[in-house]
Design a protein around this ligand. Structure first.
Ligand SMILES: Cc1cc2nc3c(=O)[nH]c(=O)nc-3n(C[C@H](O)[C@H](O)[C@H](O)COP(=O)(O)O)c2cc1C
Length: 381
């Protein structure tokens, strides 16, 4: 059954609707970046600068979006990037997106700090999900999380290169973002003026870090919870940590946040199966490159050696096509599916994925690209 809603034919329409439905602090958390948000804007602008060459007069047998990745055949070449704290932005959005991704046969990546547990997402996706690990400081916790993910059927582990530090995000600092939201006068006012959000939160129960819940001591106040999380994870990924993960994890190992050839070389050397060229959606290093630029630079050397993926600035099927043309084997979106759920609730993910597939199909048919892997032939610049 189609869930496409013609009132919202683009990410921008969904974003505008989401803005009306969400309290400001939740909207800021979803849409914001670090420092002056230069990197966030650059991701979007640079991917939109890519130009594709159409062929109009040759034979064309129709376009298929089917994509092989790590032994799975997906219905398209995009998936859902890991996003933490989804339940704060829209109640149950983590669960809704996992279900929509499963129904659309595209990968869903659960964050360690997502608001649904590994086991819940495994049940919803029938074990077809990826897990993104924030690296625990203690080996024992790392091993427990790996074991839980593996036992739940997860075959692909995503580790993070691009979060060596706690980010500096002015909007979050001003809003005092925490889970549950800090009860400042401004935040309370925003909740009161967004009753659908507030009532849905009440019905769903306060969002929690469900995967981490068994390890969080009971009765922590907010300040102590933040201190606990800070102590529990050690952000900087090193050769030693990657080697240990490679030894322990029997499935596919994907490293996210690679943006230069030296790190890419190291990822290949250490036996990673895939890398996601990413800058965390412009949330970590404001003066860094957009993601499409390093993808173009890395593709000639690394495509074929390791699965090359990208996220950052992808707002629809046209952006997916541009990223594939620049050499990506696969793409991910972080904010766009969240805009879908925040705008339209339970079926917002279905709408967003249907929209993205429709857009990608139009691009493929317009330029006469029959297969996902043929996109690079259409790259002009
Ligand atoms: C609100 C928000 C929370 C995020 N949380 C995580 C996270 O927990 N783990 C992670 O690996 N990436 C996280 N990311 C980064 C995304 O996985 C992805 O790299 C980024 O959103 C891609 O850019 P896009 O939003 O332009 O698609 C988050 C992004 C956003 C917007």
């Amino acid at each position: 059954m189609s869930r496409f809603n013609s009132e919202y034919p683009s990410a921008e329409h969904l974003m505008a609707k989401a803005r009306r439905r969400m309290p400001g602090f939740a909207y800021d958390y979803l849409t914001g970046g670090c420092f002056s948000e230069v990197n966030l804007d650059r991701n979007i602008a640079d991917i939109r600068n890519i130009q594709l060459k159409p062929w109009y007069l040759g034979d064309f047998d129709g376009a298929s979006q089917e994509t092989e990745l790590f032994g799975e055949t997906y219905d398209s070449a995009f998936g859902v990037a890991p996003v933490g704290l989804q339940g704060l932005m829209w109640p149950k959005s983590c669960e809704y997106l996992a279900k929509a991704a499963k129904d659309h046969n595209i990968p869903f990546v659960l964050s360690t700090v997502g608001t649904a547990s590994i086991e819940t997402i495994a049940e919803i996706t029938e074990g077809k999900f990826w897990f993104q690990l924030y690296h625990p400081a203690e080996d024992e916790l790392r091993d427990k999380l790996l074991e839980r993910a593996w036992e739940a059927g997860c075959k692909t582990l995503v580790i993070l290169a691009d979060t060596p530090t706690f980010a500096y995000r002015p909007k979050e600092i001003r809003n005092g973002l925490s889970i549950p939201p800090r009860m400042s006068l401004r935040n309370v006012f925003q909740m009161c003026t967004h009753p659908v959000w507030s009532l849905s939160q009440l019905a769903a129960g306060s969002p929690e870090f469900k995967t981490m819940k068994p390890y969080i001591p009971k009765g922590l106040n907010l300040k102590h919870l933040a201190q606990f999380m800070n102590k529990t994870f050690s952000g900087r990924l090193t050769e030693t940590k990657i080697k240990a993960l490679r030894d322990k994890w029997k499935g596919n190992l994907v490293i996210k946040g690679i943006v230069n050839a030296d790190d890419a070389e190291m990822a290949v050397k250490l036996g990673c199966d895939g890398m996601i060229v990413s800058n965390h959606g412009g949330r970590q290093l404001d003066r860094g490159q957009s993601t499409i630029e390093p993808l173009k630079a890395l593709a000639p050397e690394f495509k074929g050696k390791i699965k090359l993926m990208i996220d950052g600035g992808i707002r629809g099927g046209d952006d997916v096509g541009s990223a594939l043309a620049c050499g990506a084997d696969f793409t991910f979106m972080g904010r766009t599916p969240m805009y879908g759920v925040c705008a339209l609730g339970e079926y917002g993910g279905h709408h967003t994925f249907e929209m993205t597939k429709k857009q990608l199909q139009q691009v493929m048919e317009q330029i006469a690209c029959e297969k996902i892997e043929d996109f690079p032939k259409h790259l002009i610049s």
